[in-house]
Design a protein around this ligand. Structure first.
Ligand code: COA
Ligand code: ZN
Length: 326
C-alpha cells in the first residue's frame, strides 16, 4: 500500500482561515460578537492556528473592519496560534496593538495580482513587508509570509516555480521569516505541480514552517492536499464550511473546507487534533450568519458513519424477501 493512504498517526496541522479568507469574501457584515464566538468555537475544536482577521484597509475589505476588537475579545487557548493578515506598516501597527501572535505578511507572486489586490508592485510590497517584519520582531510576534498566486494567476496565467522560489528565498534567507504559505488563490493548482513545488521548497528550506493554502475552485482541493502531503507537507489552511476567496482575484471561490479535510485525513489514519463534531457544529452556524448556503459536503451529507434510518416498510420488505426462501 502506498504510504500516503496510511497516515499511521502522523500529525497534520490544520490552520483555520474561515474568519479571514472566508468572511472577507462575504457581502454580509458578521457582527463582532458572532465573529468572537466563531473563533472561540474553532479554538475549542482544536485548530492548531487560526487566522482571526486581517489588518487591511477597511475600504478594501469592509467585512473585517473590526479586526482589533475581535482579537482583543477572543478567549485565547494555550497552544493555539492566533494570526492575522498584514499587508503594510499601518496593518502592522494595528496587529501590534491587538497583540497578534503571528503576523501573516501577504504579497502575490504575480505582479498583476499584487497590483490589483494591494495596489503596489511586488518590489514596493517587499519593501513595506521588511518594515512590517521589523515591527513584528520588536513586538515578539512570529512572521509568516503568504505568497498569493503561487500556482498561477487568474490574469497572468502560469507563474514559474522559479519566480515563486525566488520570492521565498528573499523572505526566508534575507528577511528570516519563520514560515511561508504557498497560496493557490483561485484554485489553479493541480497535484503534479503541487508535489513539485512542495518538494522543491522542503529540500531547500527543511527547517522553515511550510503551509499549503488551497481553494477548491476546480474541485482539486483534497487531491492537492494529498499530493502536498506525499511531498512532505504537514500544514494546511482550510476554512470552516468551505467559504472564502479574494475579492480582488477574478473567479475566486471558497477554500478547501476544514471539516471535509479533517474528515478525510482522520479516516486515513492521520492525527489532526481536531474534534470533528465540534467543527461541524460551528460550520452549521455559518448559513445564518452569512445569509446563504455553504459548500461543505460534510454539513450536507454527514460523516461517513452517520447512518440513516431504514425505510419505514423495512420489516415488510424483509419478510417478503425471506418468504421467497420457504
Ligand atoms: N489598515 C487600515 N487602514 C489602512 C491600512 C491598513 N492596513 N492601510 C492603508 N489604510 C488606509 C490609509 O490610512 C488611508 O486612509 P485615508 O484614505 O482615510 O487617508 C487609505 O487606507 C489609503 O491608504 P494607502 O496607503 O494609499 O493604501 P492604498 O489605497 O494604496 O491600498 C492597501 C493599499 C494594501 C491598504 C489596500 O489595497 C488593501 O488593504 N488591500 C488588501 C486587500 C485584501 O485584503 N485582499 C484579500 C486578501 S489576499
Ligand atoms: Zn485564499
Amino acid at each position: 500500500m502506498n504510504k500516503i493512504w496510511n497516515g499511521a498517526g502522523r500529525r497534520i496541522h490544520m490552520q483555520e482561515v474561515g474568519t479571514r479568507d472566508g468572511l472577507q469574501a462575504e457581502q454580509a457584515f458578521v457582527p463582532t460578537d458572532e465573529k468572537v464566538a466563531l473563533v472561540n468555537a474553532l479554538s475549542e475544536a482544536g485548530m492548531a492556528k487560526i487566522e482571526v482577521t486581517s489588518f487591511v484597509s477597511p475600504k478594501a475589505i469592509p467585512a473585517l473592519r473590526d479586526g482589533e476588537i475581535v482579537l482583543r475579545e477572543i478567549t485565547r487557548q494555550p497552544g493555539v496560534v492566533y494570526s492575522a493578515l498584514v499587508p503594510n506598516v499601518r496593518g502592522a501597527e494595528r496587529a501590534v496593538d491587538a497583540r497578534t501572535d503571528e503576523f501573516n505578511l501577504v504579497m502575490s507572486a504575480s505582479e498583476t495580482h499584487n497590483l490589483a489586490n494591494l495596489r503596489m508592485t511586488r518590489g514596493q510590497s517587499y519593501a513595506a513587508l521588511r518594515e512590517v517584519n521589523e515591527l513584528a520582531g520588536q513586538a515578539g510576534a512570529t512572521v509568516n509570509v503568504s505568497l498569493s498566486c503561487s500556482f498561477g494567476c487568474p490574469m497572468e496565467g502560469d507563474v514559474p516555480a522559479a519566480t515563486v522560489l525566488d520570492w521565498c528565498a528573499r523572505f526566508v534567507d534575507e528577511m528570516g521569516a519563520h514560515g511561508v504559505t504557498l497560496c493557490d488563490t483561485t484554485g489553479m493548482a493541480y497535484p503534479g505541480q503541487v508535489a513539485e513545488l512542495t518538494a522543491a521548497f522542503r529540500e531547500r528550506w527543511p527547517a522553515t514552517e511550510l503551509t499549503l493554502h488551497f481553494h477548491n475552485t476546480r474541485g482539486l482541493g483534497l487531491a492537492n492536499v494529498l499530493a502536498a502531503m506525499d511531498a512532505g507537507a504537514d500544514r494546511f489552511d482550510a476554512s470552516l464550511g468551505g467559504i472564502g476567496g479574494c475579492p480582488y482575484a477574478p473567479g475566486a471561490t471558497g477554500n478547501v473546507c476544514s471539516e471535509e479535510i479533517v474528515h478525510a485525513l482522520e479516516l486515513m489514519g492521520y492525527r489532526t487534533g481536531v474534534d470533528l463534531q465540534r467543527l461541524i457544529e460551528a460550520a452549521k452556524r455559518l448559513p445564518a450568519l452569512i445569509g446563504h448556503d455553504i459548500p461543505s459536503q460534510i454539513v450536507k451529507a454527514g460523516r461517513r458513519l452517520d447512518l440513516h434510518a431504514v425505510p419505514a416498510d423495512f420489516e415488510a420488505i424483509r419478510e417478503r424477501a425471506l418468504a421467497r426462501d420457504l
